[in-house]
Design a protein around this ligand. Structure first.
Ligand code: SF4
Length: 261
């Protein structure tokens, strides 16, 4: 019989490989698709100060909540999801696949920006993303797409328990601007439908990321870590240096090798 355990493990920390990371935010996990190394350091607890762009997600969410009344079926669904939140987050255990009752850790989210629920209990998740410019690049889209799929994966068991299912998801892009009085306003840029949510594919992606991060944390040298971790496009490091110097200072790719990559 398989041993029953509940040790809440996700992966060894990048900052101290004796420490096990037990919780990771879906947004941090999704940022793997921006830079694996940055996401690995942040998931290990290297927090960067919250900037205006991050907190603006909450402002937009609050504006949406005030701007439209939910339909009765949307309100009912929203109340169900709220009832599963603890300390403001909803989470799903990450299982190791060896037994059906091992909880190795949790992947968490604060929830969604908005939802639509139709009269067949099909739910559409809506996420808003803000940008300084008008363009949407693949580098913007890929982490946002993965984040949305992670949200669907985290909440899916709660939907199924209550007779709902995902219809799909929408990513809506907004450009930040200012009105004549200097108040921040948002202009719609465009939207993308996420139609390819597949729980098994999401789980395979999560498993691959945790394995890569765990291997990198257990490696003895930065040289080994550079062979394990997938590097980003070089121009992202300039952004990192400017806006996240704490991450840049700990990055194994900034130990004299980027010049030769
Ligand atoms: S410096 Fe570059 S490689 Fe290192 S964490 Fe930042 S973006 Fe990633």
């Amino acid at each position: 019989m398989k041993k029953i355990k509940n040790n809440m493990n996700l992966f060894h920390s990048a900052l101290d490989n004796k420490k096990i990371v037990k919780k990771v935010r879906a947004s941090t996990l999704a940022s793997y698709r921006w830079c694996s190394i940055k996401a690995w350091l942040q998931a290990s607890g290297l927090e960067i100060p919250r900037n205006d762009n991050l907190s603006e997600g909450s402002i937009i969410h609050n504006n949406i909540a005030k701007a439209r009344m939910m339909s009765p079926q949307e309100k009912k669904f929203n109340d169900i999801i709220k009832s599963y939140k603890a300390e403001g987050v909803i989470s799903r255990p990450w299982l190791d696949g060896e037994t059906s009752i091992v909880a190795d850790g949790e992947i968490t989210t604060h929830g969604y920006d908005d939802i639509k629920v139709d009269n067949k209990n099909r739910v559409t998740l809506i996420e808003y993303k803000t940008k300084a410019g008008w363009g949407i690049q693949a580098t913007d889209f890929m982490p946002a797409q993965f984040q949305t799929q992670l949200y669907c994966w985290i909440m899916e068991p709660f939907l199924l328990m209550h007779g709902y299912r995902w219809k799909g998801a929408w990513l809506v892009y907004l450009k930040r601007g200012k009105d004549a009085d200097g108040n921040v306003i948002y202009h719609p840029i465009g939207e993308s439908a996420i139609t390819d949510y597949n729980a098994l594919k999401v789980e395979a992606d999560i498993r691959k990321i945790f394995k890569e991060w765990d291997d990198a944390s257990r490696a003895k040298t930065d040289e080994e870590r550079r062979r394990i971790l997938v590097p980003p496009r070089r121009w992202k490091c300039g952004i990192c240096l400017r806006y996240s110097p704490e991450i840049y200072a700990k990055c194994p790719y900034q130990q004299g090798v980027r010049e030769s990559v």
